[in-house]
Design a protein around this ligand. Structure first.
Ligand code: A3P
Length: 287
């Protein structure tokens, strides 16, 4: 299939038609945010599914019911995807939502609300590696081509949800004040209980150390891999083929080292650095 057949073009972004439609994009623009809503924002492949596990647990004092009975895409649905309209009335407050939208596309009611945002950022080289494998296993995405070809597309933003640097820049410059917290995938990998504590404090949840520990255990890569509500095994193989690459693939920081040549790394980092050269914020990794 051609790009045109597979993807929608929406405000300069490429979105897969399998999961997005003009109706779903209109639905989100008319969506009414509630003050209690919590939205995880990620560039694709930065830990979205992980947060779909974490947030419902943090918001329900570690009650396992949501993660054991509801698939991740329904318990913390994507704002921009078709599925939201189907499940929106079943979501209980405080609602957990996720989005890959850039800040500039967030709907009017989001700005008018007090909804909180957790922005999860991941080393872009690992994001690209994860995305490369995801494009091989997901039938609704274009074949990534060679690693080098995919890298060029990634750096130019000819991939889902556009350029990584634009996404980060947009969400770094918001007027959300203390409604937004930033966390990295690497921080979560390194010390999940500490990351969970930081998130629960931000959300104003008073959770005991026992509950934090319980959530950390249920959100570990190993446990999530065995949770059919979270490992995408409910998705028919014709859409996602885990024999090609499992959705929960490696779950580590630094897998890029197994994929990038030193020339590719130099090229990648120089483009990212150039894109961000005028920015006042610094990245948490040495790129
Ligand atoms: P890898 O492909 O590097 O393994 P998203 O949900 O945004 O698409 O991100 C998917 C990435 O998050 C995958 O990365 C996946 O393995 C990783 N991930 C999901 N759950 C995780 C967990 N509990 N611990 C560590 N990584 C996790």
């Amino acid at each position: 299939m051609s790009d045109e057949e597979m993807y929608l073009h929406y405000h300069g972004l490429l979105l897969p038609k399998e999961t997005h439609s003009l109706e779903s994009l209109k639905f989100v623009q008319e969506f009414t945010f509630e003050d209690e809503d919590v939205v995880t924002v990620t560039y694709p492949k930065s830990g979205t599914a992980w947060m779909q596990e974490i947030l419902p647990l943090l918001l329900n004092d570690g009650d396992l019911t949501p993660i054991q009975t509801i698939p991740n895409w329904d318990r913390a649905p994507w704002l921009e995807e078709k599925r939201l309209a189907v499940v929106v009335d079943q979501l209980k407050s405080p609602r957990a939502l996720v989005t890959h939208f850039p800040y500039r596309l967030m709907p009017h009611s989001f700005h008018a609300s007090k909804a909180k945002v957790i922005y999860v950022m991941r080393n872009p080289m690992d994001v690209m590696v994860s995305s490369y494998y995801f494009h091989q296993m997901a039938a609704f995405l274009q074949d990534p081509g060679t690693f080098e070809e995919f890298m060029d597309k990634f750096l130019e933003g000819r991939v889902l949800f556009g350029k990584w640097t634009d996404h980060v820049k947009g969400w770094r410059h918001t007027d959300l004040g203390d409604r937004i917290m930033y966390i990295t995938y690497e921080e979560m990998v390194q010390d999940l209980p500490a990351a969970l504590r930081r998130m629960s404090d931000f959300l104003g949840r008073k959770l005991s150390d026992e509950v934090i520990q319980k959530i950390a255990e249920h959100c570990s890569f190993k446990t999530m891999k065995t949770n059919n509500m979270s490992n995408f095994s409910l998705v028919p193989k014709i859409y996602m083929d885990s024999d090609k690459s499992p959705f929960l693939r490696k779950g580590v920081a630094g897998d890029w080292k197994n994929h990038f040549s030193s020339e590719q790394q130099a090229k990648f980092t120089s483009v990212i650095r150039k894109d961000l050269e005028k920015e006042s914020f610094s990245l948490p990794w040495s790129l």
